[in-house]
Structures are given as C-alpha cells and as structure tokens.
Design a protein around this ligand. Structure first.
Ligand code: IPM
Ligand code: MG
Length: 359
C-alpha cells in the first residue's frame, strides 16, 4: 500500500475550517484508493505567533521537512497587522516557500460550467476559460536585495530590488513549457521588457529555453497589456509564465474570471516537498461562521496527488466529485445563485467526501 505523510498547517481565519474539510476528503480518498495518509499538524502564521512568538516556528519547519507534502490553509488577520514587518504572519509563507525551494507556483484558473453566472464577466467571454498561471515564487522583487527602509540624508527611502538570475528564469520557463505540453501547448511569457532590464534578461532566457520545446507555441506580452487581455478575451491564454510580483497580481485577476476566489487551488513545486494551498487569504471577516467555501483547499489537496504523489487519477476523482456536487445544485454562500441549495462549509466538505466514497 502507498503511504504518504502530509504536514497540515491550518493557520488563521477560515484556515482551520476549510482545512478540516480537505482532510475529510483526503480520508475518503485514502479509503477509496487504498493509500495510507498520515497527518502531522503544525502551527503557522498568527496562530503560531500567539503560541510561540514567531510566525514560522522551528517545530513547524521540522514537521514540514519530515513530510512528503504540505497542506496549508491561510495566514494573517487584523490581530497581527500592527506587528513589526519581520514577524508578520505573511513572513511565514515567504519563509516556507524559500525553505522548500518551491520556486514554481501553479495557479490554475478554470471555470466550472455550473458557475458561469458567478463571474462578473459575460458568459461568452468566460465560458471554457482554462488558464494555468506559472508564477516564479522564490525570487524577483519579493526577495531581491538590497531591500528595506533606509535613511538617506534628511529623509527615508524604501527599497526593493527586482533581480533574476539566468538559472532562476531557466528553471521556471522549463516548468511552464512542460506544463504546456500536457495542455494546449501554448505559453505566454509576461514581462515588462520595454522598461525593466531584469525582464529583458527574463525574455532572452525564456526564448533560449523555448528552443528545447519547439512543439510549444511561445509569445511575449507586457504586463499591462496582459492585464487588459485577461479581462478582454481570456480564452487566448493557455499557460502564462511570469515573475513573482506580476504573477501575484495576474493570478488574482485570472481567479476572478471563474467567479470566486473561493474555488481556486495552487501548487508550489520545484523542491523535494510540494506546498499546496488555496490562492485566497484567511478571510477574517467570515472566519468561524461555517460559511467559507472549502473547495479551493480541497482542490489544492487534489493537486498534491498529481504533483507530489504521482497519482493524477486522484486529482481527477476529486475534480469529478466537486463537479457532481455543484451539478446537484449545492453552493456555499460565495457562489450561491437563485434556485441553488445553500450549504455550509461543513456540509460542502461532507458532500464532496461522500461523493468520492460513492464513486
Ligand atoms: C499570494 C499572497 C501572498 C503573496 C502574500 C500573502 C504574502 O498574496 O500567495 O498570492 O504575495 O505571495
Ligand atoms: Mg496574492
């Protein structure tokens, strides 16, 4: 029997409620697919600050490094917003990505036909949208040095540095082309090569790697234009590969094409241990009310089976289960429309887990 250990980090806000539903689904998968799953729970973000004083305690690092994959809920909230920058909950996320060398962040934005009316865009614009954003995650302006707030003469200056080494661009480009090969074989590399030298290099390296993938079509787009094109005609995109910060921004835009941030998962891969988390945040305004949508977290757990456990059939099964439950008309509040059956976080988790067991 296959056996895997998953580090489970619920985090803050709605994190614990949604992670609980994903674990229900994992338990159903374990039964159905005859795979043994061990869970190791750890503290992260605000929850860790409250207990230990730091957002990413050593004990959590040990849990992660002794697991096969990490499932994360969300971190952050108003309670910790006034803490010094270096110990804010968000630092834990960045620290973890770096620790795991999870340089490739895959953020699929796929519209479920059942939710076509949940999008704010016209149905004919979003119908069939299926984009994979491949965001560079461990370098660029998020990590480049010098960084900080410094004193210069009689005023202060804030500095961040956009910085990319060739090998960093090369490896993310390779991931994008590999992913595209299993999809519609089209990569759009997004940069700002008309202004930023770091992305002139980015473009050159992407072109060079492309020579090994001539079966995949490549085009380049400036980020401002890309933002516009995503809203104007999203179906022109298959795989988008871009820098850390551009990817952060464009992936939120892509998410909204599909109706709700509450639906979209992510996988951060490249290192030995993959990290799986919903792309939404901790939503403190609705935490503890049993109304959050757990599907993004459930779909993140699904991606774990494809990218860390080499069991893509499980991701397909979870995807089918989610679709079936939506097709039967069940909706959490964020994706509710008239005539549907409104369910809680817990109920949505139960429904999807049951669907898998009965498949
Ligand atoms: C994301 C988030 C994070 C990021 C924050 C919370 C640090 O916005 O995962 O997209 O900017 O990477
Ligand atoms: Mg973001």
């Amino acid at each position: 029997m296959k056996e895997f250990t998953i580090a489970v980090l619920p985090g803050d806000g709605i994190g614990p409620e949604i992670v609980k539903q994903a674990v229900k689904v994992l338990d159903a998968v374990s039964e159905k697919f005859n795979v043994k799953l061990n869970y190791k729970y750890g503290l992260i973000g605000g929850a860790a600050i409250d207990e230990t004083g730091v957002p990413f305690p050593d004990e959590t690092k040990e849990i992660i490094l002794s697991s096969d994959a990490v499932l994360l809920g969300a971190v952050g909230g108003p309670k910790w917003d006034n803490l010094p920058f270096e110990i804010r909950p968000e630092r834990a996320l960045l620290g973890m990505r770096k620790l795991l060398n999870a340089f490739a962040n895959l953020r699929p934005a796929k519209l479920y036909d059942e939710l076509i009316d949940a999008s704010t865009l016209k149905p004919e614009v979003v119908k069939g949208v299926d984009i994979m954003v491949v965001r560079e995650l461990t370098s660029g302006i998020y990590f480049g040095i010098p960084k900080g707030i410094f004193v210069d003469g009689d005023e202060r200056v804030g500095i961040n540095t956009l910085r990319y080494y060739e090998h960093e661009v090369e490896r993310i480009a390779r991931v994008a082309f590999e992913v595209a090969r299993k999809r519609k074989k089209k990569v759009t590399s997004v940069d700002k090569a008309n202004v930023l030298e770091a992305t002139v290099l980015w473009r050159e390296v992407v072109e060079k790697v492309h020579k090994e993938y001539e079966d995949v079509e490549l085009n380049h787009m400036y980020v401002d234009n890309a933002a516009m094109q995503i809203i104007r005609w999203p179906k022109q995109f298959d795989v988008i590969v871009t820098t850390n910060m551009f990817g952060d921004i464009l992936s939120d835009a892509c998410a909204m094409l599909t109706g709700s941030l509450g639906m979209l998962p992510s996988a951060s891969i490249g290192g030995k241990i993959g990290l799986y988390e919903p792309i939404h945040g901790s939503a403190p305004d609705i935490a503890g009310q049993n109304i959050a949508n757990p599907i993004a977290t459930i779909n993140s757990a699904a991606m774990m089976f494809t990218y860390s456990f080499n069991m893509p059939e499980v991701e397909e099964a979870i995807d089918r289960a989610v679709r079936n439950v939506l097709a039967k008309g069940y909706r959490t509040k964020d994706i509710y429309s008239e005539g549907c059956k409104l369910v809680s976080t817990e109920e949505m988790g139960d429904l999807i887990a049951e669907e898998i067991k009965s498949m």
